[in-house]
Design a protein around this ligand. Structure first.
Ligand code: TRP
Length: 387
Protein backbone atom coordinates (compact mmCIF):
# COMPACT_ATOMS: atom_id res chain seq x y z
CA UNK A 1 0.00 0.00 0.00
CA UNK A 2 1.29 3.44 -0.74
CA UNK A 3 0.38 6.09 1.78
CA UNK A 4 -0.95 9.20 0.13
CA UNK A 5 -2.36 10.92 3.16
CA UNK A 6 0.68 13.10 3.56
CA UNK A 7 -0.91 15.77 1.41
CA UNK A 8 1.51 15.47 -1.48
CA UNK A 9 -0.28 16.74 -4.57
CA UNK A 10 -3.31 17.84 -2.60
CA UNK A 11 -4.45 21.38 -2.13
CA UNK A 12 -4.63 22.94 1.31
CA UNK A 13 -8.38 22.51 1.44
CA UNK A 14 -7.98 18.83 0.60
CA UNK A 15 -5.73 18.13 3.55
CA UNK A 16 -8.57 17.19 5.85
CA UNK A 17 -10.86 14.20 5.40
CA UNK A 18 -13.90 16.47 5.00
CA UNK A 19 -12.08 18.74 2.57
CA UNK A 20 -11.06 15.83 0.38
CA UNK A 21 -14.39 13.99 0.28
CA UNK A 22 -16.48 17.11 -0.28
CA UNK A 23 -14.19 18.10 -3.17
CA UNK A 24 -14.67 14.62 -4.63
CA UNK A 25 -18.42 14.87 -4.13
CA UNK A 26 -18.69 18.29 -5.80
CA UNK A 27 -16.77 17.07 -8.83
CA UNK A 28 -18.86 13.87 -9.07
CA UNK A 29 -22.05 15.94 -8.93
CA UNK A 30 -20.72 18.07 -11.74
CA UNK A 31 -19.97 15.00 -13.87
CA UNK A 32 -23.49 13.69 -13.30
CA UNK A 33 -25.07 17.02 -14.19
CA UNK A 34 -26.35 17.99 -10.74
CA UNK A 35 -26.55 21.77 -10.24
CA UNK A 36 -23.94 23.61 -8.23
CA UNK A 37 -26.24 24.70 -5.41
CA UNK A 38 -27.62 21.20 -4.86
CA UNK A 39 -24.06 19.87 -4.93
CA UNK A 40 -23.00 22.39 -2.31
CA UNK A 41 -25.95 21.49 -0.12
CA UNK A 42 -24.94 17.83 -0.33
CA UNK A 43 -21.32 18.64 0.43
CA UNK A 44 -22.49 20.29 3.67
CA UNK A 45 -24.70 17.34 4.48
CA UNK A 46 -21.68 15.07 4.11
CA UNK A 47 -19.43 17.15 6.37
CA UNK A 48 -22.20 17.47 8.97
CA UNK A 49 -22.75 13.71 8.96
CA UNK A 50 -19.05 13.04 9.52
CA UNK A 51 -18.93 15.43 12.48
CA UNK A 52 -15.50 16.03 13.99
CA UNK A 53 -13.92 13.41 11.70
CA UNK A 54 -14.39 15.84 8.81
CA UNK A 55 -11.84 18.18 10.40
CA UNK A 56 -9.26 15.46 10.77
CA UNK A 57 -6.04 16.12 8.86
CA UNK A 58 -5.27 13.42 6.32
CA UNK A 59 -1.74 13.02 7.58
CA UNK A 60 -3.21 11.37 10.66
CA UNK A 61 -4.36 7.75 10.30
CA UNK A 62 -8.07 7.07 9.53
CA UNK A 63 -10.44 7.95 12.41
CA UNK A 64 -11.02 4.24 13.04
CA UNK A 65 -10.67 0.96 11.23
CA UNK A 66 -13.67 0.94 8.97
CA UNK A 67 -15.09 -1.99 7.06
CA UNK A 68 -16.71 0.53 4.75
CA UNK A 69 -13.65 0.70 2.51
CA UNK A 70 -10.32 -1.12 2.17
CA UNK A 71 -8.25 1.84 3.40
CA UNK A 72 -10.76 2.74 6.16
CA UNK A 73 -11.97 5.94 4.54
CA UNK A 74 -15.45 6.22 6.13
CA UNK A 75 -16.93 7.39 2.79
CA UNK A 76 -17.54 5.64 -0.54
CA UNK A 77 -19.21 7.01 -3.66
CA UNK A 78 -21.27 5.24 -6.26
CA UNK A 79 -22.77 6.06 -9.61
CA UNK A 80 -25.93 4.33 -10.65
CA UNK A 81 -26.72 4.13 -14.36
CA UNK A 82 -29.94 3.37 -16.23
CA UNK A 83 -30.46 3.84 -19.96
CA UNK A 84 -31.59 7.29 -21.11
CA UNK A 85 -31.17 9.13 -17.79
CA UNK A 86 -28.20 10.85 -16.20
CA UNK A 87 -26.46 8.71 -13.58
CA UNK A 88 -27.36 9.21 -9.92
CA UNK A 89 -24.55 9.97 -7.49
CA UNK A 90 -24.72 8.29 -4.13
CA UNK A 91 -22.53 8.50 -1.08
CA UNK A 92 -22.15 5.89 1.63
CA UNK A 93 -20.76 7.03 4.99
CA UNK A 94 -20.10 5.93 8.52
CA UNK A 95 -21.25 8.73 10.84
CA UNK A 96 -19.78 6.99 13.90
CA UNK A 97 -16.31 6.61 12.42
CA UNK A 98 -14.82 8.89 15.07
CA UNK A 99 -16.32 6.95 18.00
CA UNK A 100 -14.26 5.02 20.51
CA UNK A 101 -16.15 1.75 20.07
CA UNK A 102 -18.91 0.08 18.08
CA UNK A 103 -21.62 0.90 20.64
CA UNK A 104 -20.90 4.60 20.49
CA UNK A 105 -20.44 4.31 16.72
CA UNK A 106 -24.01 3.03 16.41
CA UNK A 107 -25.43 5.66 18.76
CA UNK A 108 -23.76 8.39 16.72
CA UNK A 109 -25.20 6.85 13.56
CA UNK A 110 -28.69 6.87 15.06
CA UNK A 111 -28.33 10.47 16.14
CA UNK A 112 -27.25 11.51 12.64
CA UNK A 113 -30.02 9.64 10.81
CA UNK A 114 -32.61 11.04 13.24
CA UNK A 115 -31.39 14.57 12.70
CA UNK A 116 -31.63 14.01 8.93
CA UNK A 117 -35.18 12.74 9.48
CA UNK A 118 -36.09 15.93 11.35
CA UNK A 119 -34.47 18.11 8.74
CA UNK A 120 -36.20 16.51 5.76
CA UNK A 121 -39.37 15.45 7.55
CA UNK A 122 -39.21 11.69 7.16
CA UNK A 123 -40.18 8.98 9.61
CA UNK A 124 -37.76 6.56 11.27
CA UNK A 125 -40.36 4.24 12.78
CA UNK A 126 -39.13 1.25 10.75
CA UNK A 127 -35.69 1.77 12.21
CA UNK A 128 -37.01 2.45 15.72
CA UNK A 129 -38.68 -0.96 15.94
CA UNK A 130 -35.39 -2.67 15.05
CA UNK A 131 -33.07 -0.70 17.31
CA UNK A 132 -32.68 -3.34 20.04
CA UNK A 133 -31.91 -6.04 17.43
CA UNK A 134 -29.20 -4.22 15.50
CA UNK A 135 -27.92 -1.74 18.02
CA UNK A 136 -27.62 -3.59 21.33
CA UNK A 137 -25.55 -1.89 24.06
CA UNK A 138 -22.45 -3.94 23.26
CA UNK A 139 -22.63 -4.79 19.55
CA UNK A 140 -20.24 -7.08 17.70
CA UNK A 141 -19.10 -7.19 14.08
CA UNK A 142 -17.59 -5.05 11.39
CA UNK A 143 -20.08 -2.17 11.46
CA UNK A 144 -22.88 -0.63 13.49
CA UNK A 145 -24.72 1.79 11.20
CA UNK A 146 -23.96 3.27 7.83
CA UNK A 147 -26.00 5.79 5.87
CA UNK A 148 -26.22 6.07 2.11
CA UNK A 149 -27.65 9.14 0.41
CA UNK A 150 -28.90 9.27 -3.16
CA UNK A 151 -28.41 12.75 -4.49
CA UNK A 152 -31.21 14.14 -6.61
CA UNK A 153 -31.92 17.65 -7.89
CA UNK A 154 -33.72 19.70 -5.23
CA UNK A 155 -31.34 19.36 -2.31
CA UNK A 156 -33.24 16.60 -0.48
CA UNK A 157 -31.46 13.24 -0.66
CA UNK A 158 -33.07 9.84 -0.30
CA UNK A 159 -31.57 7.99 2.62
CA UNK A 160 -30.78 4.35 3.23
CA UNK A 161 -29.60 2.87 6.51
CA UNK A 162 -27.35 -0.19 6.67
CA UNK A 163 -27.41 -2.32 9.80
CA UNK A 164 -25.38 -5.30 10.92
CA UNK A 165 -27.24 -8.62 11.32
CA UNK A 166 -24.24 -9.99 13.29
CA UNK A 167 -24.62 -7.31 15.99
CA UNK A 168 -25.62 -9.98 18.51
CA UNK A 169 -23.01 -12.44 17.16
CA UNK A 170 -22.37 -13.92 13.74
CA UNK A 171 -24.09 -17.17 14.67
CA UNK A 172 -27.31 -15.27 15.31
CA UNK A 173 -27.30 -13.26 12.09
CA UNK A 174 -29.88 -15.37 10.26
CA UNK A 175 -32.19 -15.33 13.27
CA UNK A 176 -31.79 -11.56 13.57
CA UNK A 177 -32.69 -11.04 9.91
CA UNK A 178 -35.74 -13.26 10.26
CA UNK A 179 -36.91 -11.43 13.38
CA UNK A 180 -36.35 -8.01 11.80
CA UNK A 181 -38.36 -8.96 8.70
CA UNK A 182 -41.09 -10.32 10.92
CA UNK A 183 -41.31 -7.11 12.94
CA UNK A 184 -41.64 -5.10 9.74
CA UNK A 185 -44.54 -7.27 8.64
CA UNK A 186 -42.61 -9.31 6.06
CA UNK A 187 -43.71 -12.57 7.63
CA UNK A 188 -42.55 -15.07 5.04
CA UNK A 189 -39.79 -13.05 3.46
CA UNK A 190 -36.91 -14.87 5.07
CA UNK A 191 -38.05 -18.24 3.73
CA UNK A 192 -38.06 -16.78 0.24
CA UNK A 193 -34.31 -16.09 0.35
CA UNK A 194 -31.72 -18.39 -1.26
CA UNK A 195 -29.15 -20.33 0.80
CA UNK A 196 -26.28 -18.10 1.90
CA UNK A 197 -23.01 -18.17 3.83
CA UNK A 198 -23.84 -15.05 5.79
CA UNK A 199 -25.87 -11.87 6.01
CA UNK A 200 -23.56 -8.86 6.04
CA UNK A 201 -26.18 -6.09 5.85
CA UNK A 202 -29.84 -5.35 6.49
CA UNK A 203 -30.94 -2.12 4.85
CA UNK A 204 -33.95 0.18 4.99
CA UNK A 205 -35.01 2.98 2.68
CA UNK A 206 -35.93 6.03 4.75
CA UNK A 207 -37.29 9.28 3.40
CA UNK A 208 -39.11 10.35 0.30
CA UNK A 209 -39.17 7.06 -1.60
CA UNK A 210 -42.17 6.19 -3.76
CA UNK A 211 -41.92 2.62 -2.54
CA UNK A 212 -39.45 2.16 0.31
CA UNK A 213 -37.65 -1.18 0.36
CA UNK A 214 -36.23 -3.51 2.93
CA UNK A 215 -33.06 -5.14 1.61
CA UNK A 216 -31.25 -8.26 2.74
CA UNK A 217 -27.66 -8.78 1.62
CA UNK A 218 -26.21 -12.28 1.53
CA UNK A 219 -22.68 -13.60 1.09
CA UNK A 220 -21.88 -16.45 -1.33
CA UNK A 221 -18.38 -17.87 -0.94
CA UNK A 222 -16.75 -19.48 -3.96
CA UNK A 223 -19.77 -18.81 -6.17
CA UNK A 224 -19.44 -20.32 -9.67
CA UNK A 225 -20.61 -17.92 -12.38
CA UNK A 226 -22.98 -20.63 -13.55
CA UNK A 227 -24.82 -20.58 -10.20
CA UNK A 228 -25.92 -16.95 -10.52
CA UNK A 229 -29.39 -17.70 -11.84
CA UNK A 230 -30.12 -20.07 -8.98
CA UNK A 231 -29.77 -17.27 -6.45
CA UNK A 232 -32.52 -15.06 -7.80
CA UNK A 233 -35.88 -15.40 -6.07
CA UNK A 234 -37.46 -12.33 -7.58
CA UNK A 235 -40.65 -12.88 -9.55
CA UNK A 236 -40.25 -12.01 -13.23
CA UNK A 237 -36.63 -11.23 -12.48
CA UNK A 238 -33.63 -11.39 -14.80
CA UNK A 239 -32.92 -14.66 -16.63
CA UNK A 240 -29.93 -16.71 -15.64
CA UNK A 241 -28.03 -15.96 -18.89
CA UNK A 242 -28.12 -12.25 -18.07
CA UNK A 243 -26.80 -12.84 -14.57
CA UNK A 244 -24.14 -15.30 -15.69
CA UNK A 245 -22.93 -13.02 -18.39
CA UNK A 246 -22.69 -10.18 -15.87
CA UNK A 247 -20.63 -12.30 -13.48
CA UNK A 248 -18.33 -13.57 -16.23
CA UNK A 249 -17.73 -10.07 -17.55
CA UNK A 250 -17.01 -8.47 -14.19
CA UNK A 251 -15.02 -11.47 -12.94
CA UNK A 252 -12.88 -11.35 -16.08
CA UNK A 253 -13.71 -14.93 -16.98
CA UNK A 254 -14.20 -14.10 -20.63
CA UNK A 255 -10.63 -14.70 -21.71
CA UNK A 256 -11.58 -14.69 -25.37
CA UNK A 257 -10.21 -18.17 -26.03
CA UNK A 258 -13.60 -19.80 -25.71
CA UNK A 259 -11.79 -22.67 -24.02
CA UNK A 260 -14.49 -24.80 -22.39
CA UNK A 261 -12.12 -26.23 -19.78
CA UNK A 262 -11.76 -22.74 -18.34
CA UNK A 263 -15.36 -22.90 -17.12
CA UNK A 264 -14.41 -24.77 -13.96
CA UNK A 265 -12.23 -21.83 -12.92
CA UNK A 266 -15.12 -19.44 -13.24
CA UNK A 267 -15.80 -19.05 -9.58
CA UNK A 268 -15.38 -16.17 -7.19
CA UNK A 269 -12.88 -17.70 -4.79
CA UNK A 270 -11.48 -14.44 -3.47
CA UNK A 271 -13.72 -11.79 -1.90
CA UNK A 272 -17.26 -13.15 -2.22
CA UNK A 273 -20.10 -12.01 -4.44
CA UNK A 274 -23.06 -10.57 -2.54
CA UNK A 275 -26.67 -10.95 -3.52
CA UNK A 276 -29.38 -8.63 -2.33
CA UNK A 277 -33.12 -9.25 -2.34
CA UNK A 278 -35.47 -6.37 -1.71
CA UNK A 279 -39.09 -6.24 -0.63
CA UNK A 280 -41.44 -3.34 -1.27
CA UNK A 281 -44.60 -4.99 -0.06
CA UNK A 282 -45.28 -7.16 2.95
CA UNK A 283 -47.07 -9.70 0.77
CA UNK A 284 -45.63 -11.68 -2.10
CA UNK A 285 -42.04 -12.44 -2.92
CA UNK A 286 -39.00 -10.24 -3.39
CA UNK A 287 -39.51 -7.32 -5.78
CA UNK A 288 -35.84 -6.72 -6.45
CA UNK A 289 -32.60 -8.63 -6.95
CA UNK A 290 -29.05 -7.33 -7.15
CA UNK A 291 -25.66 -8.97 -7.59
CA UNK A 292 -22.62 -7.13 -6.21
CA UNK A 293 -19.24 -8.21 -7.56
CA UNK A 294 -16.08 -7.03 -5.76
CA UNK A 295 -14.27 -6.41 -9.05
CA UNK A 296 -11.20 -5.08 -7.21
CA UNK A 297 -10.21 -8.58 -6.16
CA UNK A 298 -10.56 -10.01 -9.66
CA UNK A 299 -8.82 -7.38 -11.76
CA UNK A 300 -5.15 -6.47 -12.04
CA UNK A 301 -5.84 -2.76 -11.75
CA UNK A 302 -8.56 -0.15 -12.20
CA UNK A 303 -8.07 0.19 -15.90
CA UNK A 304 -9.10 -3.45 -16.21
CA UNK A 305 -11.96 -2.92 -13.73
CA UNK A 306 -13.10 0.12 -15.69
CA UNK A 307 -13.06 -1.82 -18.96
CA UNK A 308 -15.29 -4.48 -17.43
CA UNK A 309 -17.69 -1.93 -15.92
CA UNK A 310 -17.91 -0.23 -19.30
CA UNK A 311 -18.66 -3.52 -21.01
CA UNK A 312 -21.54 -4.11 -18.58
CA UNK A 313 -22.87 -0.59 -19.13
CA UNK A 314 -22.75 -1.07 -22.92
CA UNK A 315 -24.46 -4.41 -22.63
CA UNK A 316 -27.33 -2.85 -20.69
CA UNK A 317 -27.84 -0.01 -23.10
CA UNK A 318 -26.26 2.77 -21.06
CA UNK A 319 -24.71 5.24 -23.47
CA UNK A 320 -23.22 7.48 -20.78
CA UNK A 321 -20.47 5.00 -19.92
CA UNK A 322 -17.85 7.68 -20.62
CA UNK A 323 -19.11 9.42 -17.50
CA UNK A 324 -17.64 6.60 -15.46
CA UNK A 325 -14.15 7.43 -16.72
CA UNK A 326 -14.80 11.05 -15.84
CA UNK A 327 -16.06 10.05 -12.40
CA UNK A 328 -12.80 8.30 -11.63
CA UNK A 329 -10.93 11.44 -12.65
CA UNK A 330 -13.26 13.41 -10.38
CA UNK A 331 -12.08 11.53 -7.29
CA UNK A 332 -8.39 11.04 -8.00
CA UNK A 333 -5.55 12.31 -10.14
CA UNK A 334 -3.88 8.91 -10.21
CA UNK A 335 -4.16 6.84 -13.37
CA UNK A 336 -6.49 3.81 -13.31
CA UNK A 337 -3.63 1.41 -14.14
CA UNK A 338 -1.61 2.62 -11.15
CA UNK A 339 -3.70 0.91 -8.51
CA UNK A 340 -6.54 -1.50 -7.77
CA UNK A 341 -9.66 -0.75 -5.75
CA UNK A 342 -10.77 2.63 -7.02
CA UNK A 343 -13.72 0.70 -8.43
CA UNK A 344 -14.65 -1.44 -5.44
CA UNK A 345 -17.76 -3.19 -6.72
CA UNK A 346 -19.86 -3.37 -9.87
CA UNK A 347 -23.50 -4.25 -9.30
CA UNK A 348 -26.43 -5.18 -11.52
CA UNK A 349 -29.84 -4.40 -10.01
CA UNK A 350 -33.24 -5.51 -11.20
CA UNK A 351 -36.44 -4.13 -9.75
CA UNK A 352 -39.95 -4.97 -10.84
CA UNK A 353 -41.28 -2.48 -13.33
CA UNK A 354 -37.97 -0.67 -13.82
CA UNK A 355 -35.13 -0.97 -16.31
CA UNK A 356 -32.00 -2.74 -14.99
CA UNK A 357 -29.52 -0.52 -13.20
CA UNK A 358 -25.72 -0.81 -13.22
CA UNK A 359 -23.87 0.67 -10.26
CA UNK A 360 -20.14 1.29 -9.91
CA UNK A 361 -18.82 1.86 -6.38
CA UNK A 362 -15.96 4.33 -6.31
CA UNK A 363 -13.48 4.54 -3.44
CA UNK A 364 -12.28 7.81 -2.03
CA UNK A 365 -8.77 6.43 -1.40
CA UNK A 366 -8.25 9.15 1.19
CA UNK A 367 -5.57 7.11 2.94
CA UNK A 368 -4.15 4.47 0.66
CA UNK A 369 -3.99 3.17 -2.87
CA UNK A 370 -3.66 -0.56 -3.27
CA UNK A 371 -0.95 -1.40 -5.81
CA UNK A 372 -1.94 -3.34 -8.93
CA UNK A 373 -2.32 -7.06 -8.33
CA UNK A 374 -0.22 -9.71 -10.06
CA UNK A 375 -2.11 -11.42 -12.90
CA UNK A 376 -4.40 -14.22 -11.71
CA UNK A 377 -2.29 -16.85 -13.49
CA UNK A 378 0.96 -15.89 -11.78
CA UNK A 379 -0.17 -15.41 -8.23
CA UNK A 380 1.97 -18.21 -6.91
CA UNK A 381 -0.93 -20.40 -5.86
CA UNK A 382 0.64 -23.77 -5.00
CA UNK A 383 -0.17 -26.19 -7.81
CA UNK A 384 -2.06 -28.48 -5.44
CA UNK A 385 -4.28 -25.57 -4.44
CA UNK A 386 -5.36 -24.86 -8.00
CA UNK A 387 -8.69 -25.94 -9.19
N1 TRP B 1 -16.17 -2.56 2.16
C1 TRP B 1 -17.13 -3.59 2.36
C2 TRP B 1 -17.00 -4.67 1.30
O1 TRP B 1 -16.17 -4.57 0.45
C3 TRP B 1 -18.56 -3.07 2.40
C4 TRP B 1 -19.04 -2.37 1.19
C5 TRP B 1 -18.78 -1.06 0.87
C6 TRP B 1 -19.87 -2.87 0.14
N2 TRP B 1 -19.38 -0.74 -0.30
C7 TRP B 1 -20.05 -1.82 -0.79
C8 TRP B 1 -20.47 -4.11 -0.12
C9 TRP B 1 -20.79 -1.98 -1.97
C10 TRP B 1 -21.21 -4.27 -1.30
C11 TRP B 1 -21.35 -3.22 -2.22
O2 TRP B 1 -17.68 -5.67 1.34
Amino acid sequence: MSAIGSGAGRTRQERTLGGLVTGQLLRLCQVSGLGRSDAETYAHVLTDALGAAAERPLDLPPPSRSFLSDDSTPVEFSLSFTPDTPPTVRVLLEPGCGAGGLGENGRTGLRVIRSMARRWGFATDQLDVLEDLFLPPDPQGPLALWIALELFPGGVPRAKVYLNPAAAGATRAAETVREALDRLGHRHAFDALPPADGYPFFALDLGDWAEPRVKIYATHHGLPATAAGGLCRMESGPDSETLQEFLRTVGGFDDGTGHPGARSKERFDRRPVLSCHSFRRTTGGPTGFTLHVPVRDYARDDSEALGRARAVLDRHGVDTAALLDRSLAAVTSRQPQDGAGLIAYVALAHEQGRPPRVTAYISSEAYEVRPPTAPLSSRGVPAAGRR
